[in-house]
Design a protein around this ligand. Structure first.
Ligand SMILES: Nc1ncnc2c1ncn2[C@@H]1O[C@H](COP(=O)(O)OP(=O)(O)OP(=O)(O)O)[C@@H](O)[C@H]1O
Ligand SMILES: [Mg+2]
Length: 486
């Protein structure tokens, strides 16, 4: 029997994952190789990506791949040269201070068009002007600036394209027009030729080259269709519609709502993103390093795996016996004021665990799950404040949603049902939806979503626990204010 489906490659913050997803939206093969975003490089990352594809063993005649789509963590970008190489450079205090100048001069202009700030030493809108000014020889060698998923597409096919969901993260984009912000690019004297053509998600990018076929085992000529940014793919993998609120809980937890027109926060705290679907936008208030804090707790306290972490945390009562943790989750403020101390967050809170001397590892584990859930609540309240919309449930996918305990805590903290898709890796399914439509397997995105996305029973909140958690949530907010460095 022929096993057919779509190959999805997800270059995430914590790992690269490759999946074979069948037309019913079931993951039939899956390989994951861990890495860490903070130390990620193209030289080490690419062999891992190749390896994850190779280990799916898709070369046999028993398998038919209708198409490939790629998704990735956002913001990361790569400069490719005229050959097949990547241009290397190191960020430094010098690049940071140049970025600060760009930010001061163009920050609000960029934000008001792209919905993103040019954060120094991170975002392309701040880094490219520095390279252009201080290292013109590198800029001369640059053929294209590619976001991470665009770069993977390029390595697979030799073609350079982008889409709005990835490109809007550069701060050099115009989310309203879904195209590069050419006037800012001109004003910064950046060469316009390095910015790849923007195509719609699901459009054909190219096909698997002979070289890639040899190294991965994929059939040469397999078509590759434009995917997009991982959170947007996650929303598609939950069939999210205008007005619904969501969380895609991975290494970080973007808390988002889809809107029929772009909404910009007057205080410029949130991000405004393009969506994969035309005429839809996303308002995002990101809860920060949630999953990463849980991974840290697992490693630091020697839990064998997440099953053990959840089991022990589940034995601790609500409120973790007074333990509160501040390990990277936050209430989003993407504005310039806060980057120096807390990268992105509304208060510069030192990483700390408070409330009890020598807490047990189970208390810490539970407090991390609770803090992450408080951060999601705080960010949802921020979305409500900005959009004026209300919600009576939340859709939640991603690695975080694999923990039954975490999702129950989340429902209890929010006081509304948490709806989790049958395949919790919504990003994999949403990316497969794009390949399914692009390849013509399904006639529309809606048709593909109906065939490939299903939900489990919702996790319901308990009223008594919600009341208890509301007290804890306010305590968590007050404590973070008290311990912040402001
Ligand atoms: N069973 C579990 N219990 C608790 N947490 C879990 C479990 N499984 C996964 N996680 C959490 O989910 C995180 C990984 O999620 P995921 O694989 O979606 O992230 P990612 O794709 O690497 O990151 P991102 O999407 O933010 O780029 C882990 O760091 C961990 O915190
Ligand atoms: Mg992910």
């Amino acid at each position: 029997m022929v096993d057919d489906g779509f190959l999805v490659i997800d270059a995430g913050s914590g790992s690269v994952k490759s999946f074979l997803v069948n037309p019913r939206g079931v993951i039939t093969r899956h390989v994951e190789i861990s890495w860490d975003r903070e130390t990620w490089t193209t030289q080490e990352g690419w062999p891992m990506i190749v390896n994850s594809i190779k280990r799916l063993e898709l070369g046999s005649s028993e398998i038919h791949i209708h198409g490939v789509s790629v998704t990735s963590m956002r913001e990361e970008f790569i400069l490719v040269d005229e050959g097949d190489g990547e241009i290397q450079y190191s960020l430094s205090p010098e690049s940071n201070s140049h970025g600060e100048m760009t930010l001061k001069r163009y920050g609000t202009l960029m934000y008001d068009a792209s919905g993103h700030w040019p954060v120094p030493n991170w975002i392309a809108g701040a880094v490219l002007p520095w390279i252009n000014k201080e290292h013109p020889e590198l800029m001369r060698r640059t053929r294209s600036v590619l976001m991470l998923s665009d770069w993977v597409n390029y390595k697979l096919t030799g073609e350079t394209f982008t889409d709005g969901t990835s490109a809007c993260e550069t701060a050099l984009f115009d989310v309203m027009r879904n195209d590069w912000n050419w006037s800012i690019i001109d004003e910064l004297n950046l060469p316009s030729t390095i910015f790849p053509e923007v195509i719609a998600s699901s459009s054909r990018v190219g096909e698997i080259t002979q070289r890639i076929a040899q190294t991965t085992g994929l059939p040469q000529g397999t078509p590759v269709f434009m995917g997009g940014a991982d959170t947007q793919c996650g929303l598609l993998g939950m069939g999210v519609k205008d007005g619904e609120v969501t969380a895609v809980g991975g290494t970080t937890t973007p808390v988002q709502m889809i809107t029929g027109s772009p909404i910009f926060d007057e205080k410029r705290r949130t991000w405004t993103n393009n969506h994969l679907i035309g005429n839809e936008w996303i308002l995002e208030s990101n809860a920060g390093y949630t999953g990463r804090a849980v991974r840290w707790a697992r490693e630091e306290y020697g839990f064998i795996d997440y099953i053990h972490l959840n089991r022990e945390a589940g034995l601790i009562p609500i409120g973790s016996n007074g333990v509160l943790s501040y390990l990277g989750c936050h209430i989003f403020d993407s504005g310039p004021k806060y980057w120096e101390t807390d990268k992105l967050g509304d208060l510069p809170v030192p990483h700390t665990i408070t409330g009890k001397d020598a807490p047990s590892r189970a208390e810490v584990a539970r407090s991390v799950l609770e803090s992450n859930s408080y951060a999601v609540r705080g960010n949802l309240e921020q979305l409500k404040e900005i959009s004026g919309a209300d919600f009576d449930y939340i859709k939640f996918c991603g690695g975080n949603s694999k923990s039954v305990l975490w999702m129950q805590i989340q429902a209890d903290v929010l006081g509304v049902p948490v709806r989790i898709p049958e395949i919790r890796d919504g990003t994999a399914i949403g990316t497969a939806v794009l390949a399914a439509f692009g390849s013509g397997y399904y006639g529309s995105i809606d048709e593909a979503v109906s065939a490939m996305v299903r939900f489990r029973d919702a996790v319901l909140p308990d009223k008594k626990r919600h009341n208890e958690y509301s007290k804890q949530y306010h305590k968590w907010l007050e404590t973070r204010k008290r311990i912040s460095k402001l």
